[in-house]
Design a binder for this molecule. Sequence first.
Ligand code: SF4
Length: 81
Amino acid sequence: MRVVVDLNSCQGYAQCCFLAPETFKLAGEEALMYHPGPNNEHSEKVLRAAASCPVQAIFVEETNHQNDEQKENKEVGKHHD
Ligand code: SF4
């Protein structure tokens, strides 16, 4: 599956980090880091995290590509400069 977080909308509430800690992490106080291609075994948690985000900043796309599962953890952006 693919995950995209709109970091402009994200307010760093960390809801997602509690619900799917394998995929979402807060680095420092407000910088959210996330795994853009989490393992399918985490998909339920990721979907729950997306549903619970207070500002609906998490977008999830189901994919069947196995390659997604092998992607490395990436820091894709910071919440604030
Ligand atoms: S993506 Fe949503 S739930 Fe996750 S830290 Fe940002 S605002 Fe909070």
